[in-house]
Each structure stands twice: as C-alpha cells, then as structure tokens.
Design a protein around this ligand. Sequence first.
Ligand code: ADP
Ligand code: MG
Length: 702
Amino acid sequence: MSELAKLEIKYLKGVGPKKADILKSELKVENLEDMLYVFPFRYIDRSKFYKISQIDSNMAYVQIKGTLQSLRTAGEGKSSRISGIFSDGESTIELVWFKGVKYIADQLKIGHEYVLFGKPNFYNGQINFVHPELESANSAEAKRTLGGLQGVYNTTEKMKNNFLTTKGVQNIIINIMQTHMANYQLPETLPNYLLEKLKLPTLDTCIRNLHFPKDKQLLEKCQFRMKFEELFYIQLQLLRRNLLQSKKAGFAFTTIGRYFNTFFRDYIPFELTGAQKRVIKEVWADMKGGKQMNRLLQGDVGSGKTLVAVMCSLMALDNNFQACIMAPTEILATQHYASISQMLKPLSIQVRLLTGSTRTAERREIHENLENGTVQLLIGTHALLEDKVKFHNLGLAIIDEQHRFGVAQRAKLWAKNICPPHVLVMTATPIPRTLAMTLYGDLDVSVIDELPPGRQPIKTIHRTETNRLGIYDFVKKEIAKGRQAYIVYPLIKESEALDFQNLEAGYQQLKGIFPEPQYHISMVHGQLPAAEKEEEMQKFVSGQTQILVATTVIEVGVNVPNASVMIIESAERFGLSQLHQLRGRVGRGAEQSYCILITSNKQAKNTRERMEIMTTSTDGFEISEADLRLRGPGDLEGTQQSGMPFELHIADLARDGQVLQVARDTARLILNNDPDLSTNENFILKEQLQKKAPAVDWGSIS
Ligand code: ADP
Ligand code: MG
C-alpha cells in the first residue's frame, strides 16, 4: 500500500468534507490513492488548434486561440446570462454562459488573448459555444495542456453541481501530484521481472501519464499496463483458488452401469447429437477422476441440455449415489420432473419433485426418503437448498439456468455431503468468452454447439405499434394451422404493479381480438399462486389454450414444441440475451417458427441496432458478445443477479479480450512455476492479492 492510501481525501486542500462526501458516494474515493485510480475515460487532443472557419458540425471538442472582443450581460438574477464575441483574427463566434455569470464577468478581460476550449453548437447556421472554457493563453495551466492530450473524466450530475467537473477532478489530481508526489514515487505493484519481460512502464509512470499524458505512445503503453494489471490479478486469484480446489478430493465414480447402459440402449428418446455425446464424455472423465467436478455447460436454448443432465444423473445412480437437478422456477422444475420421470419410468428409478408448494406431508415423506436413500433423483427449485433437506449420499448436483442462483445459495450445496458433490452448472445464456474467463476463472467449460437435427431456424421480425393488426392476423392464421403463440410483456422489478397493469390491459385487449369460444387464452405472471400458474401452463402445454400471455416467467426452459409464434411486447426493454432466451421458446418442433419483436414507433438508435442484431443473428454467443458491447458486463444476464464480483476501473471486457489473454497466460505460467507464490520475486504478488481480494468468496463454486 502506498503512503497516499493513508491520507484521507477530505483533508486535501481544496476538497473539504462536502466534496469528499460526493467523491465517496459517486466514485468510492476515500483517500488520495483511490483518487489517483479515477482515470479519464477518454482523451482530447489539445495540441491542435482550429480556425473558426474550419469548424464543422461533426466536431466534438475544439480548441481555438483568439481574443475576447466584447462581453454583454443581460437579464436579472436567475435568468441572467452573459454573452461574448470571440475572434481568431479572421472570423468571430458567439460565446454564452448561463451559470456563474457574475464570476465569469469578473474573470474575463476584454482584449485579452485566450485559448478557448469547448463543444461547438450549430444553431440556424451560426456557431456558438455554451459554457466554453477560456484559459489565459500564457497561464501555467494553458501551458500544461497545450502539450497534447487532455483527459476527460466521468462525472455525474451531482459531481458537476459541486464543481467536480473534469476540470475540478483534474485540479484535485494536480494538487495531489504537486503536494504529495513531487518527491515521491508510487511503490511498484508488479514484480520487476514482469515489467521487464512485458516491457511495461512502472506504476508511477502510468498513474502520472494516465492523468497527464506526455504523448500518445506512452499513454497507450500505460493504458495497457493498467488494464493488464487489473485483469492479471483477477486471473491470478481465480487460477490460484482453482489450484487449491483441484486438490480437493471428490467422489470417484468408477462404473458406468445398468441404469446408464439400459437407458442408452433401450429408452433414449432420440439419438444424441455429437455435441451431447462429447459433453457427456467430458463430464464422465471428470467424475471418475477422483477430484470434485466443477463444470459449466453452455448450450444455446433448445440444444438438449436436459437429456445431458439426465444421463449424467444416471452415472451417479449407477455408482450408488443420489443426484439432484435444481431449476430456477417452479414451472421449470415441474416441467423437468414431468419429462424426466416419464423418461426414466422403465428403469424404476425413484424420482421426486420438491418445490416451495410441495405439501407438508409429502415434503416430510420426501425428506425422510432422501435421508434413507430411497429417493434417487430429486428435482426441484431452491427449496432443495434448505437445511432440512438432507441427502443420504449426494454425488452430483446439477443446476439448470445457473444465473438465477446467487452465489451463497450455490455454496450451500457443498455442505450436502461430507465430500462436496460433483457440480454441473448448465446455462442457456451463453457468456462471452472474456466474461466467462473473468467470472469463472479456470472453471471447466463444456459447450453444446449443435442443435438437434431437423430444426428450422426461427424467422425474427421487428415491427412497431402501427403493425399490430397485421401481427394479430398472422397469429390467427398460425392458430388456424393448429399452432400456438406466446405473447410476452416485460417485467421490471421496480414496478411490478405497473407491469401487471400492462399485462392485464394487454390480456383484456387480446380477449377482444381473440374472442371465445373460437380462441382460448392462458395468462401467467409472477404474482399468480403456484397452483394456478401450473394450471394455466398446463392448459397451454396440452393445447387447450392457443395463446399464452405471460411476463418473463416463461423465459427459461419452458418447452411446448407446438408453439410457433413468439411475440415480445416492448422489446426495447429487454436485454439481447433475454430476447434470445424468449425466442428459444419457439422453434422446438418441426414447423417454421416466428419471433416478432414489437417496439414503439419511435426508437432510440441503440434500440434499432439491438433489434437489427436479433433479426440477423440466431447465435447465442454472437448475441451475448453484442450485449456486452452495448450494455457492459454489469447489465448482462449472468452478472445481473449476483453482480460482478469485482469492479473494473480501466479494463473493458468487450474490448480488451487480448489483454485478458496475456494476463491469463502470464498468471498461469507464474503459478505453474511457483504455485504458492513463495519465491522472493513473487512476494509482491502475494501481497497484492491479499490487498485486492474481493470480499465474497464467489469462486468456491462453479
Ligand atoms: P435446453 O438445452 O434449452 O434445455 P432441452 O433439453 O429442453 O433444451 O431440449 C430441447 C428440445 O430438443 C426438447 O424438446 C428435447 O426433447 C429435444 N431434444 C433434445 N436432445 C435431442 C436430440 N438429440 N435429438 C432430437 N431432439 C432432441
Ligand atoms: Mg433447459
């Protein structure tokens, strides 16, 4: 830790308690070192000066040298403003200030030479600048920035209102550098041999240059180093934890026996796809090895993960262990139970379902038979995690659609046997590689990258409100062919009541458009009691109703192969991965299926871009990459629920895949040579790891 971490920011000259509070709440900055790690998010080239005649409407920020010719104040009090005329010797432009009028009037001198910096506005063919910065052409500060690149910092509204603009932030950093770093070098946080090997600048050089770059080349080197360091320590930590974990013993499943073989030979409902076979082999290789398995199975919607889960469970049963499959929703658990117990019937396997709505008497009986080992395969929701649920001998836990489970919940599974069971986490939300590498570290990953044969790709169409009638006509035609349709409404946590209103209103409207007795509609949403939800679902599954109106409760796993239309209302409110999930509810049968995304007539640019991705791609990985690019890692499904386990200051998982690869390779190499980081030269790594360790032990599972 550097000396600067011991100095609170509020005692720095020019900061004080008020600004300190804001720095803390907005940027989590408490001390001087924290402040130095608030990096600019972009840089403006201030070595370049423009002539007024060169400015065009595409320019974000420009810098002009010239003289202030006049200043005029107008209005009173709050509505007062000040305007000025600025000349570069050839032409003139107007400058306007609405805030801090008095201060500006006092500061600026007519006839004086300034460097103007600001964003040009084009209004009625005229250029003006609102709130430009004017710096005396010969002031020290102007000299400092005249050299080249100037950082721009992320500032919130609250910061701006308290003089913590880019300039305000910069002033604090200048202040730290002048008062505390003039004769002080920041202590290095990477070992020397790494700096040499990767030709990285020192930490001290980097921090100084990220704030005040000497030139572009050095800035890029410094950015690389800081990104590398950030990702490197995450990788080092993950890989190290994995190393410790891989030493943990696990159950060795020694045989593939009667259950697996009989099922495979006589009762398997389809021929396995090549990808399914490969994954089953990978799982088997893990489970027979004597070490605990921690595997993530990524497979796009409809790729057939359930069958893989069943076959892996049979391996556990063949070795006299119990298995469990956990699903995120009651609907999904119930559906798994129905299809799996059906599949396994000929083998006389004891399969049971345990959810929040299992009745007390039955629950008690299940608990008992789990403990004495009669129940072999338990399917359920997180009700499985309760302490009361004790297994006789749990050997394999499968978690379906993992992102719905919090980390702490997953960790509970570990305690279900003396030796932790093998764990297979299945997800239909493909995670971009960079994110998987940072979220899960060295977790083994299997991928089902092949859909069962005979599927026709889903046609995806983007429509707006005005096309509504045409859409309903289309649905009627599909229903006439014997098909079924989903109509999904968004759900946001903050206003469940409001969403319910939307859903209810939509439902009423649809009843008018699709009247009884010709049409029947089911409706499910989160507030419906489980039994009713199940009943409504069942009506749709059995074909009694042709339309299912729902919120996103149907997002995961629901399987009704006869459904051929998925309509998503207010599609702009969903994440791409979520849209992809929803879309995956159709296209499960042999018929051509359709997904219709409805947005309002007016769309943000970003919405159009997102809809475009959905209509052109059906590849879950491609879509999740795009989601990462457009929304950032914090909003991605998979990170939303449990949150990112760490914060990235400078690296960007959407763009820094290569840096991440270098970081990972480097970390792996170091651990290969020195697994305990016990050599002298690696002491610094150990020290930094301790400092940076995130509070949550989220890596202990999956
Ligand atoms: P997901 O990976 O989304 O969980 P499911 O396991 O629900 O997918 O499988 C989707 C559909 O594909 C189901 O109807 C399932 O019965 C079917 N299916 C699974 N494996 C195969 C296969 N090898 N051949 C043909 N159909 C399959
Ligand atoms: Mg599934």
